[in-house]
Design a protein around this ligand. Structure first.
Ligand SMILES: [Zn+2]
Length: 132
């Protein structure tokens, strides 16, 4: 295989433990394979998230594939990598999108108003969100 890291989740987990971090920076607990998840992966890079079993501290690492350069950063999150993934897929939010949403939100007076906006937004941008 050409890719030095490999494409499957197990090899990325092993890569994280071997090359990025073996232990939680906060409490020193050793990471286990199932503490580590892939948030998103492209041809050029991978974003890996690790959550400590003991203190629940979350770290993310951005791994550039060809050079294997990595950086581990602590982040406060209360959502899992599976829930985070759809937002990465959507890509960066533009300032136009934010301003358009703000314009709509200032007109919201009732829950019904809000739900109407939410419905319209959903129809415009079909995402793979859960139906619940
Ligand atoms: Zn910890």
């Amino acid at each position: 295989m050409e890719n030095p890291i490999g494409n499957n989740v197990e090899s990325l987990r092993a890569f994280f433990i071997e090359n990025v971090s073996k232990f939680c920076d906060k409490c020193g607990t050793a990471y286990k394979s199932d503490n580590i998840d892939v948030v998103t992966e492209s041809n050029a890079s991978v974003i890996i998230q690790a959550q400590c079993d003991n203190c629940k501290g979350i770290y993310m690492a951005h791994v550039i594939k060809p050079l294997q350069m990595t950086k581990k950063i602590p982040i406060k999150l209360d959502i899992s990598s599976a829930m985070l993934h759809p937002y990465y897929v959507l890509g960066p939010i533009s300032s136009d999108e934010l301003l358009a949403l703000r314009k709509k939100l200032v007109r919201v007076k009732t829950l019904e108003d809000f739900m109407e906006i939410a419905d319209k937004t959903k129809k415009k941008k079909p995402s793979k969100k859960n139906d619940s």
